[in-house]
Write a protein that binds this ligand. Structure first.
Ligand code: 5GP
Length: 193
């Protein structure tokens, strides 16, 4: 590659069980990579008091979500724990055209759809060091009641099974800086190809 040639835009899908630390990892990736951006998804899930519309998610009603599917505005969409989530297509296309690393923090169903549309997508699944640690993190964040936390944990093992087939990279989130370095290495190697 000549020195003047711009880097190729690329999609990086980051998936993993609830509570594994995907959000923190993605924010750190955006901070550390100077040409990365994080896609803001659309969801029908109610906003929590700490969340900001347009920053954490675009919060919409079910009718509006359906309208966006029908208009072809979503790159992928899926139902997760009874709510709908989707990735706005225009923002991803713009970022790729601008040669950026576009990070999608989405579930495994969505990841599969993206990989089909964009085969160059880098698929990364984040694992907790141990199942016990994941359970501890889920309870620790205090966002869910006991029942929901249990559901999220049982969903985690199903997701891991799917990920083993569809994801190129499974990385363990033991220490934040270690896992972020590992992911940056994966992204840089892929972009050089
Ligand atoms: P939460 O409600 O905890 O923010 O997210 C629940 C799950 O939905 C997480 O696994 C998250 O990765 C996934 N998710 C968030 N946005 C999207 C999206 O746009 N598409 C898909 N398929 N999953 C998403």
């Amino acid at each position: 590659m000549s020195r003047l040639q711009a880097s190729k835009g690329i999609i990086v899908v980051i998936s993993g069980p609830s509570g594994v630390g995907k959000g923190t990892i993605c924010k750190e990736l955006v901070r550390r990579l100077n040409d990365a951006c994080l896609s803001v998804s659309v969801t029908t899930r109610p906003r929590t008091p700490k969340e900001v519309d347009g920053k954490d998610y675009w919060f919409v009603g079910r009718d509006e979500f359906q309208r966006r599917i029908e208009k072809g505005l979503l790159l992928e969409h899926a139902e997760v724990f009874g709510n709908f989530y989707g990735t706005p297509k225009d923002k991803v296309d713009e970022a790729i055209a601008a040669g950026k690393v576009v990070i999608l923090e989405i579930d495994v169903q969505g990841g599969k759809q993206v990989k089909k549309l964009y085969p160059d997508t880098v698929m990364i699944f984040i694992l907790a060091p141990t199942p016990k640690e994941l359970a501890g993190r889920l309870h620790g964040r205090g966002r869910d009641d006991e029942e929901t936390a249990k559901r999220r944990l049982s969903q985690a093992s199903k997701e891991i099974a799917v990920a083993r087939q569809d994801y190129q990279y499974m990385v363990v989130n033991d220490k934040l800086d270690v896992v972020v370095n590992e992911i940056i290495g994966i992204i840089e190697t892929t972009r050089k190809k």
